[in-house]
Design a protein around this ligand. Structure first.
Ligand code: ATP
Ligand code: MN
Ligand code: MN
Length: 299
């Protein structure tokens, strides 16, 4: 008998992804990228993407008529999904809402069939929603900030976190900035995660007020980098590594080794066209070892 492959669950066969409708629809009209090209990309990188999004509540950016038309950010479940799991989540007002979660490649591809371009996971898993196992420090540079200074900021924040006993990992956002990702094991209650993240952003601002800002104000951001710590609250999300962005050129959020950061030209240097080749070239995951890191927030 044939050996079961990794994707075969103990309970049965691997599920089949739904058939793709309107494969020729141009989702990125200026770049000639069709829904089929998007599905081909996600199939090609699924082994890399799935560990980043699986078993977490997932928000989506869906663009049913492509990025030139209206896209929407979807947090809650809507009718029509057959493979995607529904996760009941108690919201701050006390009510319960169903969120979406993928468990396998087929359910992720069902979201692509529904014109999902971007995947935004929570920093906690469905099995333990109330504890953050990943923090994200999102570096948001004002447009006047040079890219090399964004890199300097990322390294400074890395060193700062290291002094607090925390190892961090870096990725391009697929947009203007970089994200530092901090794995937490054991996971931390959201309240602590949020307080710590705010304290880090404020400490950086105090250290170098000409370079950093810790509040979201666009006016005060002129020439500075906002250390967006607000990603680290219950229900907040950030873009998943390997997700495409619904922006011109179909950029991709890409994990990097710290040593290669200096060679990366911008936050959107990686895109749907050059990522598959990069992944084939890589000898190991840029974040190799992240799942083995054991570290928790300092007091
Ligand atoms: P950039 O490098 O360009 O800043 P980014 O992904 O970090 O790219 P931000 O605007 O800094 O973009 O962060 C937005 C984050 O906020 C997203 O990652 C997303 O998870 C979350 N988010 C929450 N609500 C929304 C919404 N309505 N639309 C888009 N993003 C949202
Ligand atoms: Mn950002
Ligand atoms: Mn931000």
């Amino acid at each position: 008998a044939k050996k079961p492959t990794k994707s075969v669950r103990k309970t049965g066969k691997a599920r089949q992804a739904p058939e793709l409708s309107s494969p020729g629809k141009l989702l990125f009209p200026d770049n000639g990228i069709s829904k089929q090209s998007l599905a081909d990309y996600y199939s090609a990188v699924m082994d890399w993407l799935l560990p980043e999004i699986r078993d977490r509540p997932l928000s989506l950016v869906r663009c049913p008529s492509g990025i030139g038309a209206q896209c929407f950010f979807q947090k809650h479940a809507t009718p029509g999904f057959e493979l995607v799991s529904l996760v009941p989540v108690t919201e701050s007002d006390g009510g319960s809402e169903d969120y979406l979660a993928v468990t396998d490649a087929a359910s992720a591809m069902e979201l692509v069939q529904f014109n999902a371009i971007e995947f935004h996971p929570w920093g906690s898993k469905v099995a333990d929603l109330e504890h953050a196992d990943r923090l994200v420090f999102d570096l948001d540079p004002d447009e006047a900030v040079a890219w090399k200074d964004v890199i300097v900021a990322a390294r400074q924040l890395r060193d700062f976190l290291e002094q607090a006993g925390l190892q961090s990992f870096v990725r391009t956002s697929g947009g203007k900035g970089l994200h530092l990702v901090v794995p937490l094991a054991p996971a931390a209650p959201w309240e602590r995660a949020r307080a710590f993240s705010q304290a880090v952003a404020e400490a950086a601002r105090e250290m170098d007020p000409l370079r950093y800002i810790a509040t979201a104000s666009k006016q005060k951001r002129k020439g500075k980098i906002f250390i967006d710590w607000l990603r680290n609250g219950r229900g907040a999300t950030s873009i998943a590594s390997f997700s495409v962005r619904a922006r011109p050129g179909a950029p991709v959020a890409m994990p990097l080794r710290w040593e290669e950061l200096g060679k990366v030209a911008s936050g959107h240097a990686f895109d749907i066209r050059n990522v598959p080749a990069r992944l084939k070239r890589l000898k190991s995951h840029p974040w190799e070892g992240i799942e083995k890191v054991r570290q928790s927030l300092p007091d």
